[in-house]
Ligand binder design. Structure first.
Ligand SMILES: Nc1ncnc2c1ncn2[C@@H]1O[C@H](COP(=O)(O)OP(=O)(O)OP(=O)(O)O)[C@@H](O)[C@H]1O
Ligand SMILES: [Mg+2]
Length: 538
């Protein structure tokens, strides 16, 4: 006998030649043909035996009626649950979020949704989760369903992709960091689905993926679909994009989440003025998924959770954020109707700058009667250069009287490259003056503690130490839902949208006091500012 060749364990398996692959394929089909033959032979033998043993019932019983031939019922692989799951699968909008309670059948629907286009060879879908471990769950589910729905559908582990007999493809992969979206550069998808969208702390990946959505096949619609529970680092932007613009389950024109304005075709376009596309939010509840809700055990588990998680995961509430750092925030105590701030009150501002993310500027005043700190204006902008920001700030302050000082993220004094002024200096040169914020070790935690102290209600004054004008809608939306850091419970989650919070912290930590009558004489309208440091300009 020929000695068996030992297989090398270390070297990678040699790729099969074309002939070898053909041979393998032929062997496989030979084997399956043999199996079918055996099966058919058995069936014939059984039928022949039944015929031999056939009893003429009519002879025995003249009233005998031939039983009506039962039609073979088609086996139903999947039937959507009534309500939200059906709505999700039927939604015609370009972007749909199916979000809310845990166990509502969201992920399941996301896996099934693309199947209806898999008869089209041009269909190419991308299904994403944040991490590979979470993705395995979806792949596992798809392996249960896809081959039954489309015999011949093949899962290719290496490519992490399904291919269907028509040629349609579904790529199931993970996207951990924003920069990883470049993996999809140059690719086109007709369907993009993201499971657990709030796990992405910014809308960057979602927005980028929109650019990958296209098809040359006019019979194929293009869709973006997402599912999620409320909470998580992206709670706020997802809420702004899908929940805040409309009542649930209603189609609405997509808006820019930073301005709230409807996204429209530009002037001179053939569709100038028309909205770009539609969005819809479909709320999910556990009760809508009989596969989980009827047993009751899962509901009991959700009922046992602490209040915030219970509200999010059982009731699907978006008004409460998981692990909110400032759970004591109360709209009725901390938000006040805007009024004209007297120019005699001390005013100052604080800013956290970010070009590609957001820049947040807050203006503060101190009510001299109770020393209550009041945020009276906000500016929340993106893609604004330091120089542009300086002009925006100065324009906003026209009519404010004297602004005592401005505090700005101290990293803005770092030089960019060897030459050229820092971003802070660029603003100061334009006449918008700042001093650097405290960035020493422990300043973040100290700042958070001070925000908590300010949010407390002063029993004597019957007022909170911090009030916010109702016109500061972004700060009011962000502060109550800002999540606690998972690694350092003494701090907020810095991956969440925290630019306005940082500005608030810088402002609060500047130790503001109301103006004293012993301060320098007030000459309303003219600047009281005088630099203490000629270089820094503060
Ligand atoms: N239409 C359906 N037909 C059969 N089973 C279903 C259907 N919808 C949901 N299920 C079952 O319910 C289970 C829970 O659904 P799924 O995992 O989709 O919930 P979810 O809303 O994504 O939950 P979570 O919020 O925890 O991610 C699924 O694993 C599946 O077995
Ligand atoms: Mg899920």
């Amino acid at each position: 006998m020929k000695p068996r060749r030992k297989r090398k364990v270390t070297s990678p398996r040699k790729p099969l030649t074309l002939e070898e692959r053909e041979l393998l394929k032929a062997r496989k089909s030979h084997k399956s043909a043999k199996l079918s033959l055996v099966h058919a032979q058995k069936k014939i033998a059984k039928l022949e035996k039944d015929e031999e043993e056939h009893i003429d019932y009519e002879e025995v019983n003249p009233n005998y009626e031939e039983p009506s031939v039962q039609k073979e019922q088609p086996s139903i692989l999947f039937e959507p649950n009534k309500g939200p799951q059906t709505d999700f699968l039927a939604a015609p909008e370009r972007e749909v979020l199916y979000g809310g309670a845990a166990g509502g059948g969201k992920s399941f629907a996301l896996i099934v949704d693309p199947l209806r286009y898999c008869t089209n060879s041009n269909f190419n879908a991308l299904i994403l989760r944040r991490t590979n471990d979470e993705l395995r769950e979806l792949i596992h589910k798809s392996q249960e369903i896809y081959p039954k729905a489309f015999p011949g559908a093949r899962w290719m582990e290496k490519k992490s992709q399904w291919t269907f007999p028509s040629g349609a493809r579904i790529w199931m992969t993970y996207l951990e960091q924003d920069k990883d979206v470049l993996r999809y550069q140059g690719q086109a998808f007709t369907y993009i689905g993201v499971d657990e969208l709030t796990q992405y702390s910014t809308p960057y990946a979602w927005d980028y993926l929109r650019s990958r959505l296209r098809t040359a096949d006019p019979t194929l619609p293009v869709y973006m679909r997402a599912t999620t529970n409320p909470g998580g680092p992206g709670h706020l932007w997802v809420k702004k994009m899908f929940i805040d613009p409309s009542i649930p389950n209603q189609s609405f024109a997509a808006t820019d989440i930073s301005t709230g304005k409807v996204l429209r075709y530009p002037d001179k376009h053939s569709r100038a003025g028309e909205s770009l596309f539609k969005r819809r939010f479909i709320p999910a509840r556990l009760a809508d998924n009989p596969y989980l809700s009827e047993a009751g055990d899962y509901e009991a588990m959700l009922l046992s959770l602490p209040e915030v998680q219970r509200k999010q995961l059982l009731e699907g509430s978006w008004d409460i954020a998981e692990g909110a750092a400032f759970g004591e925030f109360r709209r009725d105590r901390h938000v006040v109707t805007s009024f004209d701030v007297p120019n005699s009150w001390r005013k100052f501002r604080a800013c956290d700058y970010g070009y590609s993310s957001y820049t947040g500027v807050l203006w503060f005043t101190v009510d001299p009667s109770t020393d209550t700190l009041i945020v009276y204006r906000e500016l929340y902008v993106t893609k604004v250069t330091a120089k542009e920001l300086a002009y925006m700030v100065m324009e906003a302050e026209e009519g404010d009287g004297n602004i005592s000082y401005g505090v700005l993220d101290s990293s803005l004094w770092h030089k960019r490259g060897d030459t050229g002024p820092s971003l802070a200096e660029q603003m100061i040169v334009e006449g918008c003056r700042w001093r650097p914020s405290d960035r020493s070790k422990g300043s973040r935690v100290a700042g958070k503690n001070e925000v908590h102290r300010r949010l407390q209600i002063d029993e004597d004054a019957d007022r909170a130490g911090l009030e916010i004008f109702d016109s500061c809608t972004n700060l009011i939306a962000q502060l109550p839902v800002l999540p606690l850091s998972k690694v350092n419970p003494e701090d907020v989650d810095t991956k969440a949208e925290d630019h306005l919070y940082d500005a608030l912290r810088y402002g609060i930590m500047s130790r503001p006091v109301s103006r004293s009558i012993f301060d320098y004489p007030i000459d309303k309208g003219s600047s009281q500012w005088a630099p203490a440091d000629a270089t820094f300009g503060y």
